[in-house]
Unconditional design. Structure first.
Length: 82
């Protein structure tokens, strides 16, 4: 098992700060989306971006694991957790 995280995977896309970049031309979609993880650490919201697709897949698996497995054995137990 990997490190488990709670949080949300987010995408960031758009235009950069370079005025001569192609992303500022008309009808250009901007730069590709970057994926990141937004979560709380010690009461503060922290965002981090993934350097590789492998890091993104690892975070997706870990978030899915904390969301969908190990929460409870039965629906009644799940209801007690809410």
């Amino acid at each position: 098992m990997g490190d488990f995280h709670s949080g949300s995977i987010t995408t960031i896309s758009g235009r950069c700060g370079k005025p001569n970049c192609r992303c500022h031309l008309p009808k250009q979609p901007g730069h590709k989306p970057d994926f990141g993880l937004t979560r709380k650490v010690d009461g503060k919201i922290v965002s981090e971006t993934f350097s590789t697709a492998a890091e993104l897949r690892k975070a997706q698996r870990e978030l899915d694991s904390t969301t969908y497995t190990g929460v409870s054995e039965t629906p009644e137990e799940f209801g007690q957790c809410i």
